[in-house]
Every structure is written in structure tokens, then in C-alpha cells.
Design a protein around this ligand. Structure first.
Ligand code: NA7
Length: 545
């Protein structure tokens, strides 16, 4: 037995994950004087930006310099972004810059997976184990494991028999992957598929795209960052921060207060055309205020984009297969760089899996109902067990030894999307029933990180050993999440927001759409002495022990 496995490391707080959320939580908790350690399975910082190295991976929301931390003007002033929709490489370089600037690295243990987490009721502490047999004891446990970190590998007949190269976009290799002259198949046309397909097509011998659901995609309009835009952001930082704080999704721009139906068609189409030419998600979030709430308004933009697909894609049959028919924006909105145009290339073809489904994989490729598709390489752009996947894989054990899979057997129960009944002193950043993926994620990570810091400070100042949601509050929270969703069009669509992409997952809409109201609610809960939580004083623990 190694000496490593005998020793128990003691911390005030342990954070799992060194992405945007984990790094920020480390900075804030360490600032309070706590002993803190981040455990990270990868060999570097970055989280989702460490793993998702597929060609074409870029930020979709919002553009530089706003997909970044907002708390430090120094960080904003000192990092020079190159592109408006930064590439994965650029975001990773930013996160390394922040890590070094804030001297976070010494408190991060890389290449270490936490494999077990159990709450000890006698001490009110979490006892953890790593893959190497290391033991760790901590009062507070922060899950910053990412929302898009648990890759979804589809269970398709014969897939393990395929003898060619096979890659998942969310676990892309660090060494360069060559597509040159190869016959490549891509399954999946979500963001990862739509970003990578144009890049792969450039050098592939032949590319076959296997599409289950056609997507509404908007041009990303990526280009070098305009120095004038950066200067404007730096000079007017407080105003931009206010827009981000007040808007529903954390965008740095004022929101439109107009319905799409207020404008006559020719004016509306001119608005859409201008935003289409400029690129980016402002088309969906800033053009009008009811695109995600009123179906008739939504249809105006959906029809505009369908018109664009028809215009761009030369082969009418392919254009028809690419026509999306769900409610625009209710699956993750995608932005692209030449996606639809890629189907005009001679080396690219599209298989519509709804009319020509996959029958099975063989060593040489894939057989669909209508034919054989010989392949040298398969790219799975098939997404993630989003938001809950990684935490459920760890499966922490709370009070009474009840594990999370049991506690969440019927639905994902949370309070504020940050705490789980029966799991004291465990905090989630971007957990289910928080705004997570439908809000500016670095900004959301800061706000949730600040709330966790303030909560822990409150506990420490008041001699409180543990905090957890009071019985029944989770049901009320679930109602508020559903109420926020019902005011929108999200309810009608099967998507990874509602667990539809994973077999056997609860069909529960797990994103809180309250935006800034959600974050105000977090503040109100704290101001009311952590309303909805129960706390146990240190003395009670000592006397029970
Ligand atoms: P997504 O958005 O979940 O997309 C996954 C795609 O893979 C989507 O088109 C799925 O079709 C398709 N898919 C999944 N399983 C299968 C099977 N079994 N057969 C055929 N097609 C399948 O994941 P992404 O990685 O693209 O994007 C996730 C986020 O990462 C994105 O929003 C960015 O923020 C970064 P479906 O739509 O389910 O019919």
C-alpha cells in the first residue's frame, strides 16, 4: 500500500472541476482564508474547453470580450482577444492566463478523479476518495463538474464492430486528427456537428452527415475582434455589466422591448437581414423580446431562416432534408461558419435518418435502410448527458448513506438548483434547475460562486456546521422552474434541456429560465437568513459526537 493511500488530506472546501466555475470558486473561497483544493481529472485547466477540441469549436454566446470573467477589470484590460467568437484554443489560453494571474495553480490537483464522496453525519464532513486511493476530508464540497462534460455515446447496433478511427467531439484527442482523403461519417447536427462539419469537409475525401434533426443555424459572423469594440467595453465596463446583470440571459446589450409582430413584414425582414449579415446570437435574443415566448413571432424568424437555407443550398432535395420543423430556439440555438454552404461541395452528402435510419455498423462502415456507407472514420457529435450526468456518475452519498441516484430516482430534486435535500454542505454550480446553459455561463458561475462564498462565510461567522434544504422546499422550487418555462415556448420541444436525448433520463425541463430574477432570488434567500434551508450548529454536532 502506498503512503499516499494512508494519508487523509483535510480541507475546509473541495471543488471538483477546474473550468470557469471551479476556478472562480477557488479564487473566492481561498480569498476568505479557507483551505481549498480543486481536483481535476484533466491535466490542465479549462473544463469543457479542455475536452472539446474538435475542429471548429468556438464560443457561441456571447462574443469576446464578454465570454469571460466580469469581476476583475484588470483581467479584462490585460487579456487581448483575437476573434469575436473565440476558438477553443483561445478560451483555453484565457483560462490559463487567469489561472496564472490569480496564482490558482498551486491549489489545483490535476489528473485526479474523485471516485467516491460520502457525507459523514457524525462530523458533518464529506469524505472523498480519488482514483489513486487518496483520502480527503472536507467540510464543504462544491461540484463544478460542468454541464456538458459527460459524453453521450449512442447505443447503435454494431458500433463497437467498426474498425476505423472513431472520435467523440467532447473527448477529442490532443494530437492532430487528419481527415485528408478519408471517408468520414459525422453523426449529429447539434452545435458540435454544425461547427465541425465545414472544417472536416475542407480536407475529407468524402464526408457523409447522418442527421436526425435538422437545425436552425445562424451565421456566427466570426471575425477578428475590432479594437474599437474592445476599447468600448473597457471604457464602459460598468454599463456593460449592468446590461449583463439586468438582461434575461446575461447579454451585454440592451434587450429589445418590441414584439416581432409590432413591425410590418418588410421592416422585420430588414431587421433580420441586418442581424444575419452581422452574425451571432443577437438575432434570437436581441431582435425582438417575444421570439421565445409567442409562437406567431417565433414563426417570423423561423420562416426567415428556412428561406435562407433554401437560398443557400443548391440541391433542392438536400435543402428540403435540412428544413427544420421544431420551434426555433427551443433546442440549443446553433451558430455556424458556412454550415449550409458545405452541402454545395461535391465531397459532402446528407443522410436523413428519419427516412433512412441506421440499421447497423460493420467493420467497414454503416448500413442504413437504403444503402451502405463505407467509412474510414466516424465522428460522434452526439452531445452529452447534460447538466446532471457527471454528478450522477460520481453518485455522492448523503444523509443515511442514501446515494444521489436513489434520491433522484423519480426526478431531479434541488433547491435553487444549487443544493440537494439530504446532501448537506454540497453546493452545485450550474446544477439542474439553475439557469446554467441558458445564461452567460462565466457570469452565472461568478454569481453562484459569490453566493456559495457568502453562504459559507455566514455559516462560519455564526458557528454553523451544516446547511441543507428544508423538507418540501424542493417541490416548491420545481414549481417555480416549471412556471418560468411555461411562460416560454421551450415546453413543446424534446431537447437535452429536458433530458430527451438520453434513454431512461427523467423528462424534466432542468433549466431555470428566470434569468436575472433567479439571481435576485438567490440574494433574497441569503438576505432572509437563508430562507428554505435548515442549519445545524457546531455545538449540536459536538454534543451528538
Ligand atoms: P447536442 O446539441 O446534444 O447535439 C447532438 C446531436 O446528435 C443532435 O443532432 C442529435 O440529434 C444527434 N444524436 C444524438 N444521438 C443520436 C443517435 N443515436 N443517432 C443519431 N443522431 C443522434 O450536442 P452538441 O455537442 O452538438 O452540443 C452541445 C452543446 O455543446 C452546445 O449547445 C454548445 O453549447 C456546446 P437530435 O437533435 O437529438 O435528434
Amino acid at each position: 500500500m502506498s503512503s499516499k493511500s494512508l494519508k487523509t488530506c483535510l480541507f475546509d472546501a473541495v471543488i471538483i472541476g477546474a473550468g470557469f466555475a471551479g476556478l472562480y470558486a477557488l479564487h473566492r473561497l481561498r480569498e476568505m482564508g479557507l483551505s481549498v483544493r480543486v481536483y481535476e481529472g484533466a491535466s490542465g485547466v479549462g473544463g469543457t474547453w479542455w475536452w472539446n477540441r474538435y475542429p471548429g469549436a468556438r464560443v457561441d454566446f456571447p462574443s469576446a470580450p464578454y465570454y469571460a470573467y466580469s469581476f476583475s477589470k484588470e483581467l479584462l484590460d490585460e487579456f487581448e482577444w483575437e476573434e469575436r467568437q473565440p476558438s477553443q484554443r483561445e478560451v483555453l489560453s484565457y483560462l490559463n492566463f487567469v489561472t496564472d494571474k490569480l496564482e490558482l495553480r498551486p491549489d489545483i490537483q490535476f489528473e485526479t478523479w474523485i471516485t467516491d464522496a460520502s457525507f459523514d453525519e457524525a462530523t458533518n464532513r464529506w469524505e472523498l476518495k480519488t482514483g489513486d486511493g487518496e483520502r480527503i476530508s472536507t467540510q464543504f464540497l462544491v461540484s463544478a463538474m460542468g454541464t456538458l462534460s459527460d459524453a453521450n455515446k449512442p447505443n447503435i447496433a454494431g458500433i463497437d464492430d467498426f474498425a476505423g478511427e472513431i472520435y467523440h467531439t467532447g473527448q477529442w484527442p490532443h494530437d492532430e486528427v487528419s481527415f485528408k482523403s478519408k471517408r468520414i461519417g459525422v453523426i449529429g447536427t447539434g452545435s458540435s456537428g454544425i461547427q465541425s462539419i465545414p472544417e472536416i469537409a475542407k480536407t475529407a475525401g468524402h464526408l457523409t452527415v447522418f442527421q436526425r434533426t435538422p437545425q436552425f443555424s445562424i451565421p456566427a459572423g466570426n471575425r477578428p475582434v475590432d479594437p474599437a469594440d474592445v476599447a468600448e467595453a473597457r471604457n464602459n465596463w460598468e454599463t456593460r455589466k449592468r446590461y449583463m446583470a439586468e438582461g434575461p440571459v446575461g447579454m451585454p446589450y440592451p434587450m429589445s422591448e418590441k414584439s416581432a409582430l409590432d413591425d410590418p413584414p418588410e421592416v422585420r425582414n430588414a431587421v433580420y437581414q441586418k442581424l444575419w449579415d452581422d452574425g451571432g446570437l443577437q438575432m434570437l435574443f436581441n431582435a425582438y423580446d417575444d421570439l421565445l415566448a409567442v409562437k406567431e413571432s417565433n414563426d417570423t424568424l423561423a420562416d426567415f431562416i428556412r428561406g435562407k437555407i433554401k437560398e443557400i443550398v443548391k440541391d433542392p432535395d438536400t435543402a428540403q432534408k435540412l428544413m427544420p420543423d421544431y420551434i426555433l430556439g427551443t433546442k440549443r440555438q446553433v451558430i455556424d461558419d458556412g454550415y449550409f454552404n458545405t452541402y454545395n461541395r461535391d465531397n459532402v452528402n446528407l443522410v436523413d435518418l428519419r427516412e433512412d435510419p441506421i440499421e447497423k455498423f460493420t467493420a467497414d462502415g454503416v448500413r442504413t435502410k437504403d444503402g451502405e456507407h463505407p467509412l474510414d472514420m466516424l465522428v460522434l457529435a452526439t452531445g452529452f448527458d447534460a447538466i446532471t450526468g457527471k454528478l450522477l456518475r460520481l453518485n455522492p452519498k448523503g444523509r443515511g448513506g442514501v446515494d444521489l441516484r436513489t434520491a433522484w430516482k423519480d426526478r431531479f430534486y434541488t433547491y435553487l438548483g444549487m443544493a440537494i435535500p439530504g446532501f448537506p454542505n454540497l453546493f452545485m454550480v450550474h446544477g439542474p434547475e439553475s439557469p446554467s446553459v441558458l445564461f452567460n455561463m462565466p457570469l452565472g458561475a461568478e454569481r453562484e460562486g459569490d453566493w456559495i462564498r457568502n453562504c459559507i462565510a455566514h455559516l462560519r461567522d455564526n458557528g454553523i456546521a451544516s446547511i441543507e434544504p428544508e423538507p418540501g422546499i424542493d417541490a416548491k422550487w420545481a414549481e417555480s422552474v416549471e412556471a418560468a418555462a411555461k411562460e416560454t415556448l421551450f415546453h413543446g420541444t424534446e431537447s437535452w434541456y429536458s433530458g430527451a436525448n438520453i434513454e431512461g433520463k427523467h423528462q424534466q425541463f432542468i433549466v431555470h429560465l428566470g434569468g436575472q430574477e433567479y439571481f435576485q432570488h438567490l440574494i433574497d434567500v441569503a438576505d432572509k437568513d437563508y430562507e428554505g434551508f435548515v442549519m445545524q450548529a457546531e455545538q449540536e454536532v459536538a454534543s451528538a459526537g
